[in-house]
Design a protein around this ligand. Sequence first.
Ligand SMILES: [Zn+2]
Length: 340
Amino acid sequence: MTASIGEVMQDCVVDEVAPGIFRLDVPVPFSGLRQINLWLLRDGDGFTMIDCGFADAQTRQRIEAMWKVVLNGRPVTRLLITHFHPDHAGNCRFICERWGLRPQLTQLEWMAANVALKSLYSDDPQLAPRFYRQNGATDDLIDLYHADTILYDTGVELTDDHERLNAGDRLVIGEREWVVMTGQGHSPEMAMLYCADDDILIAGDQILPKISPNISVWPWEPLANPLREFLVSLEQLDTRVTSNTLVLPSHRAPFHDAKSRIASLREHHEERLALLARLMKERGEITATDLLQPLFNRRLDGHQLNFAMGEVIAHLNYMMFEGTVRRMVDRDANIRFSLC
Ligand SMILES: [Zn+2]
């Protein structure tokens, strides 16, 4: 069923993607991503909502319009948040205050959201530029970063408290039982929901169609190995899902066949690793910045630069932990990589 709510707001569409599961498509202000899917699941006399959208007036207006159509006078009785990123956690307070709720999310996602909101780490205007400079970034790249970065606290309003979700929790939502699964790599403890009876996976950003979730090393943990974590999480996910699984991703359209998507995400990263190895073989010692152009092959804006740098370093760190790449730090803390 596709319920158009044109009378409420011209360009809003709500899809019922499986019986009792509604997809709300709302815009996000990030270049490249364009939209996010929020979910409403029929849950007895009310609805469970999953994810919140970016906290701006336009998104809230859309959410209200979609509530009008889907809820049909019934309340939202539970809010789950898959992970702390602003497009997912943004309207947490708005939704919870409206319906008298406490949000449910995993412990690390709750903590990451609070750390980011206190302007530590992700919003420190010096930390990322310093790290990118160490990785070869020139002044013009740093200027680009400053011009386009959207600070976390401009898009997220949290509640004072939360309820913890744990991997393995069983949640009854309406007629269905869901098991909470967690994944790493894109965020510290992303929650996903899997319903074995109907073979449906609410995937958050862990697997997406066509685009690969950003896997980044961030400046506050320069020796992290998020690509390893992501690949391990994909392996775990692969043991639960099937080639018929209906995947409800946070971005773009739902799709069937989780297994082949997992296989192509693995392949994508293997190709990237092979390309980096080839470039290092040709060029010798190299900085992460040297690899941006050959890897992404387009002009990046400041927001994308953040993700591109993180992603290049994630692949280089992965190779370092595999023992195929050497990471060298000079006296001025400049970082270069070469094949072993
Ligand atoms: Zn995300």
